[in-house]
Write a protein that binds this ligand. Structure first.
Ligand code: A3P
Length: 312
């Protein structure tokens, strides 16, 4: 099996033509009014035409909702709790991120997916209306994870700081304003969580919440297994719970993104596996920011049946 991440880790990369240097921060451009990373927009044609297969499983989230966590859970569920099988490659190799278009010579997410044998598990951050139509046509199963907006905002802010490929971050206050006005990559958090919430009544979508996963991981893992038509005994369930705790995943190089080269993830600024808790927003929001967000939240979500917990 090719192991490109090993050469990515090496400062003198073996990837042909790759000159290690700090990558440039990108910008966002819009597709149907939704801001996306410029590179995704530049490759929109083949992304929109992506050919899903009937047995594909798509994992979708607004960024920082616990994507990596559910990816590891799903992989463990699909492999009957065999941690060794899940250590075959880093998360991003096991489950291609279809719209990610990193600088060449790295392979685009949809190209990796195309080259992958079935059954595939794929990752996306698209709002529901931008999911390539073949996923609906093929009636693919989709798992969506939503996380409360306050913790998502804090996590996304730190991710912008540490990921040198993301757009300029600005101050926390500016960042929060941009998030609330839907200007960050993937657009409005409100539209995202609501759009998928409505879609779950029309398609085979399992809609999960980060906070529920924190509160009772075994219960949520059982939901995943049931959704995928799989059953396993209690000891296997416990193994999956243990393998996917924040602490286990933080220590697991195949799940913690430590294999991403430092030219992309600046580990001096923070780590991908940052805190993994519910309620960290309280350490970051001023009283005024909190009131301001609550006000917008009430207007945006007032008539929705969707409810979030911001503390456990
Ligand atoms: P924090 O920045 O709040 O710590 P994503 O994978 O969608 O990018 O989400 C990353 C967020 O999920 C980070 O949140 C990360 O710490 C958290 N996370 C990753 N694995 C986790 C786990 N096993 N348990 C709880 N949180 C986890």
């Amino acid at each position: 099996m090719p192991e490109p991440w090993k050469s990515m880790m090496n400062p003198k990369s073996e990837v042909q033509g790759f000159e290690p240097k700090f990558i440039q921060r990108t910008t966002v451009e819009e597709v149907e009014g939704v801001p996306l990373l410029k590179e995704t927009v530049e490759n929109w044609g083949p992304i929109w035409d992506f050919q899903a297969r009937p047995d594909d499983l798509l994992i979708c989230t607004y960024p920082k909702a616990g994507t990596t966590w559910i990816q590891e859970i799903v992989d463990m569920v699909l492999h009957g709790g065999d941690a060794q099988k899940c250590a075959r490659a880093p998360t991003y190799e096991r489950m291609p991120f279809i719209e990610l278009c990193p600088p060449k010579p790295f392979t685009f997410g949809f190209e990796e997916a195309e080259a992958m044998p079935s059954p595939r598990t794929l990752k996306s951050h698209f709002p529901v209306q931008l999911v390539p139509p073949s996923f609906w046509k093929q009636n693919c199963k989709i798992i969506y994870v939503a996380r409360n907006i306050k913790d998502s905002a804090v996590s996304y802010f730190y991710f912008h700081l540490m990921n040198r490929g993301m757009p300029e971050v600005g101050t926390w206050d500016q960042f929060l304003k941009n998030l609330l006005s839907g200007k960050l990559a993937y657009g409005s958090w409100f539209d995202h969580v609501r759009g998928w919430w409505e879609a779950k009544d029309r398609h085979p979508i399992l809609y999960l919440f980060y906070e529920d996963m924190k509160e009772n991981p075994a219960r949520e893992i059982r939901k995943v297994a049931e959704f995928l038509g799989l059953e396993f005994p209690e000891p296997v369930l416990n193994q999956i719970v243990q393998h996917t705790t924040f602490e286990s995943m933080k220590a697991n190089p195949m799940a913690n993104y430590s294999t991403v080269p430092s030219i992309v993830f600046d580990n001096t600024v923070g780590s991908f596996m940052r805190k993994g808790i519910v309620g960290d927003w309280k350490e970051h929001f001023t009283v005024a920011q909190n009131e301001w967000l609550d006000d917008i939240y009430a207007r945006e979500m007032g008539d929705s049946s969707l409810t979030f917990h911001t503390q456990l």
